[in-house]
Design a protein around this ligand. Structure first.
Ligand code: FAD
Length: 309
């Protein structure tokens, strides 16, 4: 990793998912000194996708991890610097912006915010204590630990069903627990899910607690219509109840909508000159790898124009 603390860059990109990596490719190819700040694994959320079938150019599909790593290699080839650190704030100093991170401060004239989204938690007893011990937010990462064991997926949207379809390759049973009486997933996923013999559905139900001393043993459930309580013995629970934007570090810096998303115009400009936002973090983003990459390219092109003014 090549980012240097206290050095000034022409562009700083926060977040190494498809939006940030594409922005970094464009700014680096435009010969702007560019720093990517990523707190985890480069690739972002797409790195969790077992197979990406809708990113153009890969007729047989591509693993999300490979797609993310390849985007990073491509941008690095043109000079993108990377530092693994968590961005904790942005301070405006006249025309300059100081990006504060867990590894020190970096100064720049233009920032592209591409910190995407993170999984929502249920906030129920046992969830935090048993995370990594049967509670998971990523089937691609953890499904192999549950070979021939019963697991639950909580949620009913695209993310939940994608997780479920991956889990059926490993688990003995996959029980989807959803608070409504029908799925909210896209039709193609729903059709696949309903045709899968290992899958079962518990409709109109919520998980109230995860139980177990060292590992998950059972869930406490409540039927939302009848109020009837029950327990279910399982080895794992995968929580896929949606996303929240990773913008906590931007409170007080930028106006955010009530859910925490950033408002931009079609040039990806925010209200603050020189600060752009791209990808899932934007209000009304389509939340796809390709749209995030497109936003990243747009943000980079307009950041370059901003810097050449
Ligand atoms: C399991 C799964 C399967 C998916 N499958 C598909 C698919 O098949 N096709 C498709 O088009 N889309 C798919 N998606 C959606 C797609 O991955 C996202 O739309 C896309 O990754 C959004 O890109 P992004 O760059 O905006 O944000 P993200 O991918 O969320 O990347 C943001 C990055 O910013 C980093 N970050 C966050 N906060 C900070 C901080 N404070 N400091 C430093 N770094 C920070 C994060 O670690 C992350 O790496 C899938 C998502 C998931 C979870």
């Amino acid at each position: 990793m090549t980012g240097k603390v206290n050095q000034e860059y022409e562009v700083i990109i926060i977040g190494g998912g498809p939006a940030g990596l594409t922005a970094g490719l464009y700014t680096s190819r435009a010969r702007l000194s560019s720093l990517l700040i990523e707190r985890g694994l480069v690739g972002g959320q797409i790195a969790d996708a077992e197979l990406v079938e809708n990113y153009p150019g890969f007729a047989q599909g591509i693993s999300g991890l490979e797609l993310g790593q390849s985007m990073h290699q491509q941008a690095t080839k043109y000079g993108l610097n990377t530092v693994i650190a968590e961005a904790t704030g942005i301070e405006l100093k006249g025309e300059k912006k100081v990006v504060k991170t867990s590894k020190g401060n970096f100064t720049t004239k233009a920032v592209i915010i591409a910190s995407g989204s993170e999984r929502r938690k249920l906030g129920i007893p046992g969830e935090e204590k048993l995370t990594g011990r049967g509670v998971s937010y990523c089937a691609t990462c953890d499904a192999p630990f549950f070979k021939e064991k019963p697991v639950v997926v909580v949620g009913g949207g695209d993310a939940a069903i994608t997780e479920t379809l991956y889990l059926v390759k490993f688990a003995s049973r996959v029980i989807v627990i959803h608070r409504r009486d029908q799925l909210r997933a896209s039709r193609i996923l729903e059709e696949k899910a309903l045709a899968e013999p290992k899958m079962e559905f518990l409709w109109n139900s919520v998980v109230e607690a995860v139980e177990g001393e060292d590992v998950v043993k059972r869930l406490s459930l409540r039927q939302v219509i009848t109020g009837k309580k029950s327990t279910l013995d399982v080895a794992g629970v995968f929580i896929a109840i949606g996303l929240k934007p990773s913008t906590d570090y931007l409170k007080g810096v930028l106006p955010l909508d009530e859910a925490g998303y950033i408002i931009t115009n079609d040039k990806m400009e925010t209200e603050i000159p020189g600060i752009f936002a791209a990808g899932d973090i934007r209000l009304n983003s389509a939340r796809q790898a390709i749209t995030a990459a497109g936003d990243g390219a747009t943000a980079a092109i307009f950041a370059e124009k901003f810097l050449s003014r």
